[in-house]
Write a protein that binds this ligand. Structure first.
Ligand SMILES: [Zn+2]
Length: 56
């Protein structure tokens, strides 16, 4: 499991936690997040998302 950070707004997606409030269960890898998902902070679509992995 990795964490990914939005380069636009700094939002962090944690694969181990998912995003249950948006219907994404814990343990969902970034690659399995639906294309329709949008960053909750900056609204960027996944297809236009700039994310970088955070190595813990
Ligand atoms: Zn963002």
């Amino acid at each position: 499991m990795r964490k990914w950070m939005c380069l636009i707004c700094g939002f962090v997606y944690d694969e181990s936690k998912g995003m249950p409030s948006q219907g994404i269960p814990a343990g969902t890898s970034w690659g399995d997040v639906p294309e329709s998902w949008r960053c909750p902070d900056c609204g960027q679509k996944k297809s236009g998302f700039k994310m970088r992995p955070i190595d813990s």
